[in-house]
Design a binder for this molecule. Structure first.
Ligand SMILES: Nc1ncnc2c1ncn2[C@@H]1O[C@H](COP(=O)(O)OP(=O)(O)O)[C@@H](O)[C@H]1O
Ligand SMILES: [Mg+2]
Length: 359
């Protein structure tokens, strides 16, 4: 069946070979009606959620300028499904999520607005992944609390990461053995001691930041994978290789990668996680996996289709769309269109004349 799909992205100068071009192209290719909207223009007009959007008339390649001139302000509600493929800009974050949430009350999303807000974070991992598949983790804004953990075992290393960033930014290793660690723990929790000393708490106000601290997983170097899930099925991704001078395996940082191969155990685990994520409103995701551990979940714009294509030459975007819509339909998440509802109601009415049908 063909659906009207609104893909929300943030505006770029030109298309790149990433989800923002790959997904709309694949949707079009599969016969859906696709509009691309700019998430930064979301608003409400007379109770209807609107945004600037354009109807995709053809598949765009990377390097093609984003077609500014075609953008028009229109209802974001006249769609069967909305696919949010970007995080709102930090300046607009809360308002944009509230707008998305209103929209999501009216139109199903590939990944629910609430899931995008709450589960796309290192903080909320325990709400999505079983304890035995998470490295021991702490979320805190207290230097003392985290320093106590690090000080408890000189042989243990820990990874500090901001809860809501990405691409390896501000991801640090700390351990009792390295002299930088206390400074990093202080910096990532807000430099409370230094700032209160320099300015005074009454002047500077609260000087704390949250950070997530995970136990360092040693096998990350030998076996780190990005696994893409569509409709709960691990269908593509890539294996990461770590640069010898960097502990982070993000490919955005220039690390090498190759096509994905999952062991039967990993595949089984990812399928089970895929099912439970769908129960939480997540149908398209990228998992950072160093089996048996999940390092993080990527729900807004997980890279995978692009790198897998680069590594293997295989374009799996059509497979992603097939798996996704099969799952959305099977779970009853896609409502039949109004015209189809009218037709089926008419057929029902014909079958049983005395039955009252409410449209
Ligand atoms: N607990 C960990 N143990 C070992 N390495 C880790 C751990 N967490 C993260 N890393 C490394 O740092 C990289 C970036 O961390 P990640 O949690 O994926 O955050 P980001 O959102 O920045 O990608 C990972 O791809 C991995 O190589
Ligand atoms: Mg990551």
């Amino acid at each position: 069946m063909s659906y009207r799909v609104l893909v929300l992205i943030s505006r770029l100068n030109e298309y790149r070979l990433d989800n923002h071009s790959i997904v709309p192209n694949a949707l079009l290719h599969a016969g859906h009606q696709v509009s691309v909207g700019d998430i930064e223009t979301l608003g409400i007009r007379d109770s209807t959620v609107i945004c600037d959007l354009f109807a995709l008339d053809r598949e765009y390649r990377d390097g093609v300028p984003f077609p500014d001139l075609k953008l028009q302000t229109a209802s974001a509600e006249d769609f069967d499904i909305v696919w949010v493929l970007t995080n709102p800009h930090p300046t607009l974050l809360l308002d944009a999520f509230q707008l998305l949430w209103v929209l999501n009350q009216r139109v199903p999303f590939v990944n629910d607005a609430s899931a995008l807000l709450f589960l796309n974070s290192k903080i909320t991992l325990p709400a999505a992944v079983d304890r035995e598949h998470l490295p021991t983790s702490y979320v805190s804004n207290s230097f003392d609390a985290l320093n106590e953990v690090v000080s408890a075992d000189e042989n243990e290393s820990w990874v500090l990461k901001p809860s809501n960033e990405g691409c390896g930014s501000d991801v640090y290793i700390v351990s009792l053995k390295t002299k930088n660690s206390r400074a990093l723990l202080q910096s990532t929790t807000g430099n409370e001691i230094c700032r209160y000393e320099m300015y005074g708490r009454p002047t500077i106000g609260l000087s704390r930041k949250y950070v997530t601290m995970q136990r360092y997983v040693p096998n990350v170097v030998d076996n780190e994978k990005r696994v893409m899930l569509s409709g709960g099925v691990p269908f593509c991704g890539f294996r990461r290789f770590h640069h010898e001078l960097d502990h982070r395996g993000n490919v955005t940082l220039g690390n090498a990668f190759e096509g994905l191969q999952l062991t039967p155990e990993e595949d089984h685990f990812c399928r089970a996680l895929g099912q439970s994520l769908m129960d939480q409103g997540v149908y398209f995701a990228g998992i950072d996996l160093a089996y048996p551990y999940v390092l993080e979940l990527n729900l807004a714009n997980p890279g995978g289709l692009n790198y897998s294509f680069r590594a293997t030459g295989r374009d799996q975007s059509s497979e992603a769309i097939e798996l996704l819509f099969a799952a959305l339909e099977a779970k009853g998440r896609l409502r039949p269109r109004r015209t189809e509802r009218v037709a089926s109601a008419a057929a029902n009415a014909e079958r049983s004349c005395d039955m009252e049908v409410t449209l």
